[in-house]
Design a protein around this ligand. Structure first.
Ligand code: C5P
Length: 417
């Protein structure tokens, strides 16, 4: 699903913004306390409105202590209305941020309901509106939720996330609220957006190499890291073109997605889209080989023959061919290794002609392939040789932000304005 970035309000440059933080009834509400704190630390004024259900997950007192402001929970509260009435509060805000936004709240907002304080404020306010959806993965995938998300984006809401991964209910999939740090980075319109004006092309996920009309060679890549990189680059203001192999992930907000299947399709899309781009990140797990001649009809078991020989030929190395272009962008590759991380990363840097390599140790339990967390060693080329930086285990969304920021810093250093 691709959502338009929606209405943007530049806020008051150089100053903190007046942020109304709406919290609805999801387990991710516990992260909203940290988010409120980060917003305050970033210099914003924060007032909190909680739905009735949200209070079952986190208390208004917690948010009051963190923001230093009374927390509003009810529309029909004469005492609170005598202070700052709800219409006044709606006018006060220059940004409404709903985090977490549950499926039910999204449905009510998509249909213009005003049956509690938070929905009423959203309807009464002309402020910029942003939400971070959070719900069970099945609820996020339901056509009704997809419809509501599209309608909200059309109405000018900017949707951040959701992230994909382990859920509090035990499921795995899209629906986790974006980490507070990533939400803050996405909101940071007052700071010059680090990637504004830049085009970033990212490959993600596996490729599928057909053997016959029904079978293929592939791998276990989930695409999570590449999608997290796309979300991070978009949050930093870049135009992001995401070339994805077959994965079960929703398109991050504001990202232009191009679906492909085989390595050769990915190669062609990469060369078509990388023309004139500033940064190319090859995160896809591209199949190294493909069947020389895929069978025209389904391969049959042969009586009496215990072996089947497939003749494979090498696929093009997409990232190396991008790095070899005359109009090459800054090129970042990935290396999944089980040992000697640094040595293999440096070798890949030189062999493929890359500018930076993000190496991760896939032998570490809970990290890397399919996992939600990752750690990485970044190795890059410098005038004086190579340099490096180690990023500790963290959610892929945070790691992605750190990788994109580091690549942008190197890109700027390599080509000063
Ligand atoms: O050679 P290896 O597969 O370990 O290199 C990994 C890096 O190269 C990743 O950035 C991956 O996206 C890229 N790659 C590619 N085309 C290939 C093989 C790998 O772009 N055929």
């Amino acid at each position: 699903m691709s959502l338009s970035p929606g209405h943007r309000n530049a806020g008051r440059p150089g100053e903190g913004r007046r942020i109304l933080l709406g919290i609805s009834a999801g387990i991710a509400a516990y992260k909203s306390a940290h988010l409120a704190r980060l917003l305050k630390q970033a210099g914003h004024e924060v007032r909190v409105v909680m739905t009735e259900g949200a209070q079952a997950f986190i208390t208004p007192l917690t948010l009051q202590a963190l923001t230093g402001e009374p927390v509003r929970t009810s529309l029909l509260d004469p005492e609170a209305e005598a202070g700052m009435g709800h219409i006044e509060l709606a006018r006060w805000a220059d940004l409404i941020l709903v985090a977490p936004a549950t499926a039910d709240l999204m449905a009510r907002l998509a249909h213009g309901h005003a049956d509690d304080l938070l929905t009423t404020l959203c309807l009464a306010s002309d402020a910029e509106k942003v939400m971070a959806p959070a719900m069970n993965q099945a609820m996020w995938r339901q056509p009704a939720t997809v419809r509501n998300a599209h309608r909200l984006a059309e109405d000018g809401w900017r949707l951040l996330g959701p992230d994909s991964g382990d859920q509090a209910c035990g499921d795995v999939g899209p629906g986790r609220m974006l980490e507070p740090e990533a939400i803050l980075a996405a909101l940071d319109d007052t700071a010059p957006r680090e990637a504004a004006g830049l085009t970033v092309v990212i490959t993600a996920g596996p490729t599928r190499e057909p053997l016959d009309p029904v079978r293929y060679l592939s791998n276990h890549s989930s695409g999570k890291m590449g999608f997290a990189l796309a979300a991070a680059a978009a949050a930093l203001g870049a135009r992001v073109l995401l070339i994805s192999g077959p994965v079960a992930l929703p398109t991050p907000a504001g990202v232009e997605r191009h679906d492909v299947e085989s390595a050769r399709e990915m190669h062609d899309a990469a060369h078509r889209l990388a023309r004139g781009c500033d940064l190319f990140i090859g995160c896809a797990a591209v199949a190294d080989y493909r069947a020389e001649t895929p069978a025209e009809h389904k391969l049959k078991k042969r009586e009496g023959e215990h072996t089947l020989t497939l003749r494979l030929v090498k696929n093009p190395d997409i990232i190396a061919s991008i790095a070899a272009r005359d109009d090459r962008p800054y090129v970042v590759g990935f290396a999944a290794e089980t040992r000697d991380l640094e040595a293999y990363a440096r070798d890949k840097l030189a062999r493929k002609g890359l500018d930076m390599v993000v190496a991760n140790d896939v032998s570490r339990a809970g990290l890397g392939f399919g996992a939600d967390d990752n750690a990485a060693l970044l190795v890059w080329r410098d005038a004086d040789g190579t340099d490096q930086r180690s990023l500790p285990p963290q959610p892929k969304s945070q790691l992605a932000l750190a990788v994109v920021r580091q690549a942008l810093a190197r890109l700027r250093a390599a080509a000063p304005p």
